[in-house]
Write a protein that binds this ligand. Structure first.
Ligand code: FES
Length: 239
């Protein structure tokens, strides 16, 4: 007779309703275990896309916590809800029409100047980015610093959700990275070469071949891919 292994379960709440889920699950897996079919609020499942922004309190703790549901584990007494989308203003611009990228940052996102210095954005960031510091860098017109400090931003929007000054930090930082890339970085030669190849249709057959593969074959190819190193050489990817 098949032996059924014992699983320890812990109590959590999802949007105010109680559930018992196995301990050791990520929040995302726990939600699915509780019967939620995730359509919004899920993407890469690997901590890269920012789709799974989650807020929670833990019983007995007055603080509101922020997490990525695919990364953080459930704990007993967690009271969860997800924020798959947070409405926030996003400036539109054409980088080719911008003359002064530093000053344009403040034209596009004037609310940056309302920063209260409370650091709520930094505390909310599930990536532990120094959000308030990159806002301060943008105010000092230091786009390079803002681009570097925000480089790992997943655009989950939790910083904006907590900002009492209604700043859209993550969208402003996206501008900083784009402007820094457009105006300050040296355009790599191999990028131009690859763009010419794409325009000439050199990779059409290869892309069509990939789209015909199943998931297992694609995974094998992905693990065996060549990775460009910062020195310009190539190294084998580590699975
Ligand atoms: S699902 Fe992509 S970061 Fe969590």
């Amino acid at each position: 007779m098949e032996q059924i292994s014992e699983v320890n379960t812990i109590p959590i709440q999802v949007m105010g309703k109680p559930y018992h889920v196995p301990e050791g699950l990520t929040i995302m897996r726990a939600l699915e275990h509780a019967g939620f079919r995730l359509v919004r609020g899920v993407g890469c499942r690997g901590g890269f896309c920012g789709a799974c922004a989650t807020v929670y309190r833990v019983e007995g703790d007055h603080r509101l916590h922020m997490a990525l549901a695919c990364q953080d584990l459930v704990v007993p007494g967690m009271q969860l809800t997800q924020l798959p989308y947070f409405p926030a203003r996003k400036a539109t611009y054409d980088l080719e029409k911008i003359d002064d990228p530093e000053l344009a940052a403040l034209d596009l996102y004037p609310e940056l100047a309302s920063c209260l210095g409370c650091n709520s954005c930094t505390k909310a960031c599930p990536q532990d980015l120094k959000v308030m510091d990159y806002v301060a860098a943008m105010l000092r017109c230091e786009l390079k610093e803002a681009a570097e400090l925000s480089f790992d931003c997943l655009m989950c929007g939790l910083c904006t959700a907590r900002c009492p000054a209604e700043i859209t930090q993550y969208q402003a930082a996206m501008y900083a990275r784009r402007a820094y890339g457009r105006f300050a970085m040296v355009r790599p030669k191999h990028l131009d070469e690859r763009l010419s190849e794409l325009r000439a249709g050199k990779w059409v057959a290869e892309v069509e071949g990939l789209t015909g593969l199943d998931a297992e074959a694609l995974k094998k190819l992905y693990v065996a891919r060549d990775m460009e190193t910062p020195t310009g050489g190539f190294a084998k990817a580590v699975g």
